[in-house]
Design a binder for this molecule. Structure first.
Ligand code: SF4
Length: 540
């Protein structure tokens, strides 16, 4: 029993409402301490952050890139991305006040950091992938690759195709013509009015808005010249689209959805669904991305062989060959073509089996199709060998109606010179149903989390370089949050310290930078409970 109907707060007039130390606002296991520790352990100069290796110089000192990186990591992890919002939060958010030690950078400084350090942000993301590998959080044997469209800082209306520009010019021509006619009518009306003035007839005074129409025509002409220049630029460059706001953003279409922006590619390790490699492209199709992404993942994981899972959009015979050459075993549902032969009830390639020993195809009637001399290049540049049946046998064949067209006298099968790559791929895809089910579970998790939980659906910067830098921040924050969730704060901090220590030992004559990184990390982390159980290593 109390004498209050509701819980009541404390008096605002009392001299000490909040704890006196900023340190007391941040619990020992607050993730913000992990951000602080992680950034302290980074060698920012080696990663390429601007001003990171600056000494004492004359003039106003800049902000430490470590502080601005901490601000961005905190912001992106907590769905605060715009420079103006980050500026506001740095003044009122106690966790940020603690993290930045009450530094309050302006929004221009914050925005410029993200723009200027795009390459360093990519390097920081790669550095975290290296760390999670050393922490044993990646399996390193299976990755899934997928792409997702992200909106750019450009509207659909700001991106033009040749067709759209031609339509715009035609429409402007019509409007200019209509205004030209109005001007002529206006001139005629004025002339008539002057005549009537002279004779004192009706309509005296005339006049009109000829000057207004002239200005409108001039504006339309300027618009037309711009559209014409854009069309010429597009034709000269050989590109299919031109973006006026963000020169690298494109209209991307898939499954009836059109986005003005970028296609983000990610390779995700299957153990804990961590992003191990990523890239930003501006092509709607994923077909050319398989080998580049698989190779990037293999390099990041430093493995001898790697299984890569991707959806049918990535199927490319050239990419499968390139993967095989690099020790990558790719699982991609094969393209079935449009099946027009099957639809007509005729035999397709599937009905012909290749006999490697005889170097011949066997047809459904059991006859052999032998190779012709020479090689033929198809439209996509692949070199092919043609295998043909014997006319005399086909003429007498009972299956002829299902095999040949009315005009053809023999059947020809085209075989790519590296068809054995595709045969091995087809063979392994027969038992890959379970792997393909795993693919969507692995790779769609990060995109779902980034887009739906974190709300990252669009980029705030323009141009490939800056967009790639911002994507690196998103991927780094996704991996960072996920690692903290998997390991917990205490284990994460302890393991990072152990990794730094082992790197220090492995380097033999330890580099001064690594020593400094470890010292910084331990000095700031050890006072909290996490490392108390671990012996603080001697750096002597
Ligand atoms: S038509 Fe010729 S190629 Fe076709 S099944 Fe008959 S024998 Fe074989």
């Amino acid at each position: 029993m109390t004498n209050h109907a509701f819980k009541s707060g404390e008096s605002r007039d009392q001299p000490c409402l909040l704890p006196p130390r900023i340190e007391d606002y941040v619990r020992p296991d607050n993730p913000v301490r992990a951000i602080d520790g992680f950034v302290r352990a980074l060698d920012l100069a080696k990663l390429g952050f601007r001003h990171a290796d600056r000494g004492v110089e004359v003039g106003q000192p800049p902000y430490d890139p470590a502080d601005l990186l901490k601000l961005y990591l905190y912001g992106y992890i907590n769905q605060i991305r715009s420079s103006r919002r980050l500026e506001r939060e740095a003044c009122r958010n106690l966790e940020l006040i603690w993290l930045l030690k009450n530094l309050r950078p302006g929004y221009r400084t914050i925005a410029n950091f993200r723009k200027e350090n795009w390459a360093a942000l990519r390097a920081a993301n790669r550095s975290f992938v290296l760390l999670v590998r050393e922490l044993g959080l990646v399996g390193g044997s299976v990755v899934a690759i997928d792409g997702s469209f992200f909106h750019g800082d450009a509207s659909k209306a700001s991106i033009f195709t040749r067709k759209r520009l031609a339509e715009q010019i035609a429409k402007l021509d019509q409007e200019i013509e209509a205004y030209g006619k109005s001007l002529e009518d206006n001139d005629a009306a004025e002339a008539k009015s002057q005549t009537q003035d002279h004779t004192g007839g009706p309509g005296a005074g005339g006049g009109g808005d000829g000057s207004d129409i002239g200005a409108k025509v001039a504006a339309l002409m300027a618009k037309r010249s711009r559209a014409q220049a854009d069309l010429a630029r597009l034709e000269e460059s050989g590109e299919t689209q031109l973006s006026r706001t963000d020169s690298d953003a494109r209209l991307l279409s898939k499954s009836g959805q059109t986005v003005a922006g970028y296609n983000v590619q990610a390779a995700v390790d299957d153990r804990h669904k961590l992003i191990v490699a990523s890239e930003v492209v501006n092509d709607s199709s994923d077909v050319n991305q398989l080998h580049a992404m698989a190779k990037a993942a293999k390099d990041a994981l430093e493995t001898e062989t790697l299984q890569v899972l991707a959806d049918a959009g990535y199927y490319s015979s050239a990419a499968l060959k390139a993967c095989e050459d690099d020790g990558i075993v790719a699982y991609v549902p094969p393209s079935e073509g449009n099946g027009w032969l099957e639809k007509q009830g005729r035999f397709s390639l599937k009905d012909f089996s290749y006999d490697g020993t005889a170097d011949a195809y066997r047809c459904p009637a059991g006859e052999l199709l032998r190779p012709m001399k020479g090689r033929w290049q198809n439209l996509s540049g692949r070199l092919e060998i043609r295998y043909t049946s014997r006319r005399s046998i086909c003429q007498a064949c009972g299956l002829r109606a299902r095999c040949l067209t009315r005009k053809a006298s023999q059947r020809t099968i085209r075989r790519w010179e590296h068809e054995d790559v595709l045969e091995r791929h087809r063979a392994r895809m027969h038992g890959a149903d379970e792997l393909m089910r795993r693919r969507s579970a692995i790779v769609e998790h990060p995109f779902g989390t980034l887009k739906c939980r974190a709300g990252y659906r669009h980029f705030l910067v323009r141009g490939f370089n800056k967009v790639r830098g911002e994507w690196s921040l998103m991927a780094l924050c996704y991996n960072f949050t996920r690692v903290l969730n998997i390991m917990g704060f205490e284990r994460f901090v302890a393991c990072v310290a152990k990794v730094l220590l082992s790197r220090l030992r492995a380097s033999g004559a330890a580099t001064a930078r690594l020593q400094i990184a470890l010292q910084r990390f331990l000095v700031h982390i050890t006072p909290w409970f996490a490392l108390r159980r671990y012996q603080r290593p001697s750096l002597a």
